[in-house]
Design a protein. Structure first.
Lengths: 483, 624
């Protein structure tokens, strides 16, 4: 029965709606706690995703072929659910900075989550657009949710306008593809690939789709919005953008490139490589002079999109598997970083790196989690980030045999890694070796926050220390695609 | 067999003790010492059980498995390691007990015992290794733990320097050892002793012409650990450590590791293509003579013993080089007993003399320290090779080996034996007899029972080890041919040397008597050393250790200064200036420039986005 494959998404949407209902009977002072309910619901759904009902064990096409439930889709859905649980816990910590409508904030997070989860299963351009817009529109709201803060509103407007431009380009592309192929379904389009490859209209359309999706993952030249939005948005939203939205973009990219246009992937190899290299360099170089930690993470997320593009341009099972592995490690590191920012910046609403000076003195736990996260993002063994980067570089290096241009790209990637060491360790240095101001209060962590931070720390370490466990899952997920 | 698993207790008890002391009981001196002593005693008891119950067995636990390299953490028990286990744990336990008295009142009492236990663990690890890689790991651990022990009184500059010197000299040798291991692995494809041996038995020429190089590289490890020429310089300086450490490390265990290793890999050295053995024999013999000459003119009681140790180790290495690992191991075992006894005796003297080590300030200690004196005499007689003391039999085995294989080395060894008797007699006469030469010597008191009882304990094997049938046990390892002389145990062994190979035996006795006579004529009743006036510059050179330290330090300074100056220039101008600052400056500049694109202006952003998309389309559709 088709609908059973949609149970997870339905459950998420119902939780969001239920949350809004419960809000009506909840006194204002307890509304903050509803976030725990939302997180609990997401956690339950995450547990449920392992049941036989939603996991058919094989690739299944549902709803007339527009929806795929396979290992890759489930990998991404679990990824998004886990991210949402952690982010919802972060939102509870953040709730006192949201003046009104905290429950809506939680609920919108769940709706965005539903959009991402659908995106993971997309096999049809119509569904692609719907899922993308479900995400995008909720994120416009989430970004500008601190209505009293100018920065948040500015970020929201920028994201809205640039996002609308990119959506328009995307729709235009979809229209062109539909015009030349006569169908929206990926599988059917792929059947006509030989024909479409010759048609400049169709290639033009696919390029525009690439632009639209590239905007989501913030790859050069569609990266321009990311630093401003990451900096201005409420911290949990930035985190969700960095993890969820980016991963959803990659899920869609993989679906489109491998599902609908596998032929094009070969002829675009060079374009994708150039985008990857430029993105890595842009993100890494611009991050150097940054003083605002959230903005720095914005640039870092651009650079990371570049690394992930290595796997896209390689276009092999190893490449896709490396993307998934990298995302798994990236999830914990980024959520951990934003979580610590969220907690530390509570007192004086500033995310400047100097705020974190001497953090190790008064909050050693937060300091070590943030340091771990930076070290993992920098790709230092044995953290998760190291193995992810290693696998991505390896997948690209394997292609270098057939196309030497990859050596240049590898060189660029390694230069990017070296530069990133510099700015990530700048943060670590501030935490441990810069003298901080003396009048710091000791930060008291709530139990759920502690749990989330421990989860992130454990995740970063375990994904790196036991690469086989994760690689087995990512290999299986990657194998679900066509190559 | 469950009983075999005692092996792991033997190996790990000292490590557990070291960890326990370091982590938990550090503040409680008494308890820490008891834990350490107990661990050592447990290891000794375990070794004894294994020795009585088994002839040979092997336990292995796979530790590292990378491609073709397979390394076990193994426990190889056979005649060789069984004997060595007994020596290490037996002598070690005696020294542990002794230390309890000797180190009384030291500030870092617990640290001392933790280091001792760590050392014991490392040493046992070498002994039981079933492969070269494991041996190397423990080899280095011994280096580290000896560094800790020699530099135990690190606040004294001399001790700190000595520990550094020992470690560095050892590292030099270890580097060669590591290369040798890699070479053996490369040539034969395994590092396990039994596989190596099987491989060479079926195909003795498997290593080809490289056998000599590989053998000599492996020997480098022994040169470092057993302090052979030219790396012998560290051992005398290492006497800066507490005396029990000198007894443990520089008599019975660490320095013996080199000889032990040579015996362990003897089958690698003794292949038809290899000419490593003669080199080993000459280096050993040369070291033996050199060190004996130096010992003649030393005044510090511990330094005399240190050079004596060097000399005896040289004899053992020579025996290996002459194709006789059996005699080498035999002498190693007996030497471990009587040299540890001598060191502990020296420690007792030093203790009684309030840390005075100059023998010319002692005199007539035989009356003040009766137990120490008697046991020290036993040790000295054993060292000089007087029947029925153990040293006679083992030394005779080496002499017989030389007599059968190389006349020149045989004569060299006999001369060394004469020197040995001479300097030991000098030491005994000056320190224990004659008139008291200082007020300290008149007021010396016998050490407490906790220190004298280990002396007595060690005196027993120093006497009887020669007739305990050690060669018989060893011949199961090396075969009667390589083992040389001396089969039987008990009463029959007492006169065996004289019937087996009479010339070396009688020569040995003769040089002993000549040595004692010469020493008596020079030193009986002497107030100062008459030799310098008789021998002139040569005595001076002996006293100054033939200037090895001076030559080395000049050499090191010269090369080091040159390299350091060049490296500093390279670092300052090329690395730091051009590469680091240059790359950093460029990157930073580019970063700042790129940042200008990020104006924060929405219209600019939209424009940039549009340009970017246009470029992408152009590139993908037109330019390609």
């Amino acid at each position: 029965m088709s609908v059973s494959y949609l149970f997870l998404e339905i459950a998420v949407v119902l939780s969001g709606l239920g949350l809004l209902l419960v809000d009506l009977w909840t006194p204002a002072e307890h509304k903050r706690g509803l976030g725990y309910m939302a997180a609990g619901a997401a956690a339950l759904i995450l547990a449920f995703s392992f049941s036989k009902i939603v996991d058919p064990g094989v690739s299944v096409a549902a709803f007339g072929g527009s929806f795929t439930q396979d290992a890759l889709a489930l990998f991404f859905k679990r990824f998004f659910l886990l991210a949402a649980v952690l982010i919802l816990l972060m939102e509870v910590e953040f709730s006192d900075r949201i003046t009104a409508g905290i429950t809506e904030y939680y609920a919108l997070t769940l709706f965005a989550l539903a959009g991402m989860m659908v995106a993971a299963s997309v096999n049809d351009f119509a569904l692609l657009f719907v899922s993308l817009e479900l995400m995008a529109v909720t994120f416009y709201v989430l970004t500008s949710f601190q209505r009293t803060r100018l920065g948040s509103l500015e970020a929201g407007v920028k994201y809205l306008i640039l996002g609308a431009v990119s959506s328009a380009i995307l729709v235009y592309g979809i229209a062109l593809i539909y015009g030349s192929a006569g169908t929206m379904n990926f599988t059917k389009i792929a059947d006509k690939a030989e024909l479409l490859k010759e048609s400049k209209i169709a290639v033009f359309g696919f390029l525009l789709v690439l632009v639209g999706l590239g905007f989501k993952v913030a790859v050069v030249p569609m990266q321009i919005w990311a630093p401003d939005v990451y900096q201005g948005a409420p911290t949990p939203t930035s985190a969700f953008l960095a993890v969820g939205s980016k991963a959803a973009g990659f899920a869609l990219l993989l679906r489109v490139l491998h599902g609908a246009a596998p032929e094009l992937l070969l002829s675009w190899e060079r374009l994708l490589m150039i985008l990857s290299g430029l993105t890595i360099l842009y993100g890494s170089l611009c991050a150097i002079p940054q003083r605002n930690l959230k903005r720095l993470l914005g640039y870092s997320s651009i650079a990371n999109a570049g690394y992930l593009f290595l796997g896209i341009s390689a276009g092999t099972v190893a490449g896709v598997s490396a993307i998934l592995y990298y995302l798994a490690g990236y999830l914990f590191a980024v959520v951990a970083a934003f979580f610590v920012i969220c907690i530390v910046s509570k007192a004086n609403d500033s995310e400047d790196i100097s705020e974190f000076a001497g953090l190790s003195k008064h909050s050693p736990f937060l300091a070590s989690v943030l340091a771990l996260s930076m070290v993992s993002l920098a790709g230092v063994p044995p953290m998760a980030g190291f193995f992810g980067k290693f696998l991505l570089l390896k997948s690209a290096a394997e292609q270098a045999v057939s196309y030497p241009g990859y050596y240049v790209l590898l060189g660029v990637a390694i230069i990017g890694v070296v530069i990133s060491l510099y700015y990530y360790f700048e943060v670590v240095r501030a935490i441990y070796w810069s003298p901080g101001s003396q009048d710091r209060r000791v930060i008291i962590l709530s139990k759920p926050a502690k749990l989330a931070l421990w989860t992130c720390a454990a995740g970063m370490v375990l994904v790196g220390v036991f690469p086989n466990l994760v690689a087995r899952a990512t290999d299986a997920a990657a194998a679900a695609l066509k190559f | 067999m469950m009983l075999q698993h005692i092996a792991w207790i033997v190996l790990f008890a000292p490590l557990a003790a070291a960890a326990l002391i370091a982590l938990a009981t550090r503040r409680d001196d008494r308890l820490s010492a008891q834990i350490s002593i107990a661990a050592s005693a447990v290891a000794f008891a375990g070794s004894l059980i294994l020795f009585l119950a088994f002839d040979r067995f092997e336990l292995a636990w796979s530790w590292l498995n990378v491609g073709p390299l397979k390394v076990d953490l193994g426990f190889k028990f056979d005649a060789l390691s069984g004997l060595m286990l007994l020596v290490v744990t037996g002598v070690g336990t005696a020294i542990h007990v002794y230390s309890f008295g000797y180190m009384q009142g030291d500030r870092s009492f617990a640290r001392f015992f933790a280091s001792m236990s760590l050392f014991m663990f490392s040493m046992l690890g070498i002994v039981v290794s079933n492969n070269l890689a494991q041996m190397f790991v423990f080899w280095e651990l011994v280096g580290v733990s000896s560094y800790l022990l020699i530099g135990f009184w690190y606040e004294r500059p001399a001790a700190a320097d000595a520990s550094k010197k020992a470690f560095i000299a050892n590292r030099v040798g270890d580097f060669g050892f590591l290369l040798g291991i890699l070479m053996v692995w490369g040539l034969l494809g395994t590092v396990r002793f039994d596989e190596l041996e099987a491989r060479l038995r079926t195909d003795p020429g498997a290593m080809g012409a490289a056998a000599t190089v590989a053998g000599l590289l492996l020997f480098c490890g022994a040169v470092g650990k057993s302090a052979q020429f030219p790396l012998h310089v560290w051992l005398p300086d290492a006497m800066e450590g507490p005396t029990p450490v000198s007894a443990l490390i520089h008599a019975a265990t660490m320095v013996a590791a080199g000889v032990f290793m040579l015996c362990r890999v003897f089958f690698l050295l003794n292949v038809p293509d290899s000419s490593a053995l003669p080199v080993i024999a000459w280096i050993g013999g040369g070291t033996g003579l050199l060190a004996a000459l130096i010992a003649v003119q030393q005044d510090d009681i511990k330094r005399i013993l240190a050079y004596s140790t060097l000399s005896q180790l040289g004899m053992m290495v020579m025996a290996v080089g002459l194709g006789g690992p059996g005699p080498a191991m035999y002498h190693l075992v007996t030497h471990a007993f009587f040299k540890a006894l001598l060191f502990l005796g020296a420690g007792s003297v030093i203790h009684a003399m309030h840390h005075e080590q100059d023998i010319w300030k002692m005199g007539r200690l035989s009356q003040r320290l009766p137990v120490t004196c008697k046991t020290f005499l036993i040790g000295a007689l054993a060292l000089c090779g007087v029947p029925p003391f153990s040293g006679f039999y083992s030394k005779d085995a080496i002499l017989a080996q030389g007599f059968e294989h190389n006349t020149w080395l045989f004569l060299l060894a006999v001369f060394t034996a004469w020197l040995t008797t001479f300097y030991m007699s000098r030491l005994v006469i000056v320190a224990f007899f004659g008139g008291p030469k200082s007020s300290g010597a008149e007021e010396a008191h016998e050490s407490p029972g906790i220190m004298t009882s280990p002396l007595i304990f060690l005196a027993v094997p120093s006497v009887v080890a020669g007739i305990a049938g050690i060669p018989g046990r060893l011949s199961t390892q090396f075969g009667a041919a390589a083992e040389g002389a001396h089969g039987p145990a008990g009463f029959a062994a007492l006169f065996e040397p004289f019937s087996h190979s009479p010339l070396p035996a009688f020569l040995g006795l003769l040089v002993f008597m000549l040595g004692v006579a010469a020493a008596c004529s020079f030193y009986w009743g002497a107030k100062e050393d008459p030799l310098p006036s008789k021998l002139g510059w040569f005595a001076r050179a002996m006293k100054d250790r033939f200037y090895f330290d001076e030559i080395y330090s000049a050499l090191v300074r010269l090369t080091q200064e040159t390299i350091a100056t060049a490296a500093a220039w390279f670092d300052r101008w090329i690395l730091s200036g051009l590469m680091v600052r240059g790359a950093h400056g460029t990157t930073e500049l580019v970063g700042r420039a790129l940042r200008l694109a990020q104006t924060g202006n929405l219209q600019t952003y939209a424009l940039l986005l549009a340009f970017g998309v246009a470029w992408m389309l152009f590139y993908a559709l037109v330019a390609r």
